[in-house]
Each structure stands twice: as structure tokens, then as C-alpha cells.
Design a binder for this molecule. Structure first.
Ligand code: IPM
Ligand code: MN
Length: 353
């Protein structure tokens, strides 16, 4: 008897549908012995829908999403929609409504992939960022005073709850233990300036550490950490940080692992549901051209399997990706693979045996 998973597909905008198709292709290529079966359901969300009827994330769709085992997202973002509307109305709304409080971003340089970092290889770049995904400045607190006048004031608040900080830090310790590599957890904050929020993070970090004596910890200010990610990435194993810093440092992570074509992430509620995505965005310039790199989406599918507890299946996809980037693809950028999107996806799927 195989296990059945209900997977929500949100192909979304731009190149989203093209890469989601390749992620699904990889999942469908999993051999029978894995004992898993997928029931896919498409959800129409994104810029096209918004332009058609003005809706972003209708309640009935949100409620149906809650009943699924996981969500697989392509991309959200449309050149004809003002920046911010789709991001807050769909992506951030999904994170908040489903309380996807962890943003998990693995940063690994695979053999055969070029990193812009001189002299750094796969043995040097292999860490994971655990980004808080439900609070901080993303909570949207603040406002204008005397907007549009010379006396205008703009306040952007950073919300940090004890509960939100603790559950994120605890997840990071657990993850670091399970990952079982260097067993090194780095807290990234800014205690020298953010004397309230970073103080809370620091105190909770020290406190939770007592439950994980097998994990070594250290602390770095975010600015210094940005420098070390480039100069000495081999020191990192797992990094835990707030929403805004996590957003910024994971883009550095993506570029040092070979670019957005190969960077995947998960928005996770460990107790209920999770959403996985290639983090590259909708790439309107490449839409419909069969040029976008599907590897990030295939890795997002792999992360989804990890989350579902399907270790063997995840490993099969990971091995296939490692093989295709090492043996076949010339580059990771759109149009630089030496293959089209579909052909690269076919190659990867072919290695899943
Ligand atoms: C990300 C993205 C989003 C974020 C945007 C699109 C709102 O950059 O997932 O990292 O800032 O979190
Ligand atoms: Mn980002």
C-alpha cells in the first residue's frame, strides 16, 4: 500500500508554471518502491488572477489549502502589478495565515556548479539558514504621520514576540542536531544597535541552548556575518536569524551557491503545513521561452519530501540533481544551461531510479 499525499500546486506567475511542471515531473519519476503517490491540485493565484478579478487570496482557496499535505509554489510577481500588492496579498498573506513561521534556506554548492567565490568548493559552502518567517518588520506594524508634508514621519515597527522568537530558535537547535554535521549554530542579530529586539533574541538563544548541550553556538552581528559568508563560509553549519536579516543573508547564500537557478526554500509550520518554492521569482523576461533553470524547483520538491518524512525519495531527487548539475548542465543561469527547461527536467527525472 502506498502512501498518498495531497499536494497543492500554485504555479503562479511568469516562469512559475514552467518550473513547477519540472518539479512535478521529478516527483512523478519516483520509483514505486518509495511507496508514495501524489494527488496534485492546481490553485490559480497570482498576477493574472488579480488583474482579471481583483482577488489575491480568497478565503475559500485559503481554507482548501489548509487541508492539503503541502504546497508547491512556482512564483508570484507580475510586471503589470505595482510591487508589493501580490507579495503582501499572496505570499506574505500565506505565510501569516498558515503561520509558516520557519523559512528554511539550504545553501550548498554542488560539485560542477560555479560559485563567484574564488577558491571555494562544495566542501566549503554547505550550511542552512533558519529565518524567522512570521514577525519582525514583516508584521507590517507602523504608519505614517503627516504623510506628504515636509513634517512627514514614517515608522516601521519590528514585532518580536517571546513565543515567536523561541519557537524559531528551538527549531534551529533541533534542525542542527538532526542535520548532525558540524553541530554549530550561529545566532545572527545586531545586539550593538537593536538593543531591544536583538537582546530578546540573544537571551532566548542562550536559554534554549541549555536544552541542547551537544550543539556548539556562537553569535555574529549581521554585518560581520555578511562578510564571513563570503570570506569564510566553511565556518557555518546552521544560522538562525530574524525575518529581515534572513531575507538579506539568504540572497547572499543563493549567489554563493551558484545563483537563483539553484536556490530553493521552504516556508514551514512544523506542526501543520508547509510551502516550498524556488526562490528565484517570476523572471518575466524568460517567461515561456523554455530557458529558465528548473533545478531550484526540483530541489524545492526534494525539500518537500524531506518535510513529509520521505527520506529515501528526497535522497533520490537530491542525487539526480547533483548528477545533472555535475555531468550535464553548462551553467545555472537562464539560457546558460546548454539545455532547455524541459530538457534539463527530463535529464533530472531520468536519473531518478
Ligand atoms: C523572499 C522574498 C519575499 C520576502 C518578498 C517577495 C516579499 O524576497 O521570499 O525572500 O521578502 O520575504
Ligand atoms: Mn528575499
Amino acid at each position: 500500500m502506498s502512501k498518498k499525499y495531497n499536494i497543492a500546486l500554485i504555479p503562479g506567475d511568469g516562469t512559475g508554471p514552467e518550473v513547477v511542471a519540472e518539479g512535478v515531473k521529478a516527483l512523478k519519476a519516483l520509483p514505486e518502491r518509495c511507496g508514495i503517490d501524489f494527488q496534485f491540485r492546481n490553485f490559480d493565484l497570482g498576477g493574472e488572477r488579480y488583474l482579471k478579478d481583483g482577488t489575491l487570496l480568497p478565503d475559500d482557496i485559503l481554507n482548501e489549502l489548509r487541508t492539503m499535505d503541502a504546497i508547491f509554489l512556482g512564483a508570484i510577481g507580475h510586471p503589470d502589478v505595482k510591487p508589493g500588492i501580490l507579495e503582501t496579498g499572496i505570499l506574505l498573506n500565506l505565510r501569516f495565515a498558515l503561520d509558516l513561521y520557519i523559512n528554511l534556506r539550504p545553501v550548498a554548492l554542488f560539485s560542477g556548479v560555479d560559485s563567484p567565490l574564488k577558491d571555494k568548493g562544495p566542501e566549503d559552502i554547505d550550511f542552512v539558514v533558519v529565518r524567522e518567517n512570521s514577525e519582525g518588520v514583516y508584521a507590517g506594524g507602523g504608519g505614517f504621520f503627516k504623510k506628504g508634508t515636509p513634517d512627514e514621519i514614517a515608522v516601521q515597527e519590528s514585532i518580536n514576540t517571546r513565543k515567536g522568537v523561541e519557537r524559531c530558535i528551538r527549531y534551529a537547535f533541533e534542525y542542527c542536531r538532526k542535520r548532525n554535521k558540524k553541530k554549530q549554530l550561529t545566532l545572527c542579530a545586531k545586539t550593538n544597535v537593536l538593543v531591544y529586539e536583538s537582546d530578546l533574541w540573544f537571551r532566548v538563544f542562550e536559554e534554549v541552548h541549555k536544552d541542547y548541550p551537544d550543539i556548539n553556538t556562537n553569535y555574529q552581528h549581521v554585518d560581520a556575518l555578511c562578510m564571513w559568508m563570503i570570506k569564510d563560509p566553511e565556518q557555518f553549519d546552521v544560522i538562525v536569524t530574524n525575518n529581515m536579516f534572513g531575507d538579506i543573508i539568504t540572497d547572499i547564500g543563493a549567489v554563493i551557491q551558484g545563483g537563483l537557478g539553484i536556490a530553493a526554500g521552504g516556508n514551514i509550520n512544523p506542526e501543520s503545513i508547509a510551502m516550498f518554492e524556488p526562490i528565484g521569482g517570476s523572471a518575466p523576461k524568460y517567461t515561456g521561452l523554455n530557458k529558465i533553470n528548473p533545478i531550484a524547483a526540483i530541489l524545492a520538491a526534494e525539500m518537500m519530501l524531506e518535510y513529509l518524512g520521505e527520506k529515501e525519495a528526497a535522497q533520490l531527487i537530491l542525487n539526480a540533481v547533483k548528477k545533472v548539475v555535475k555531468d550535464d548542465l553548462q551553467g545555472m543561469g537562464a539560457g546558460k544551461m546548454g539545455y532547455g527547461t524541459k530538457e534539463a527536467g527530463d535529464l533530472a527525472a531520468g536519473y531518478i531510479t
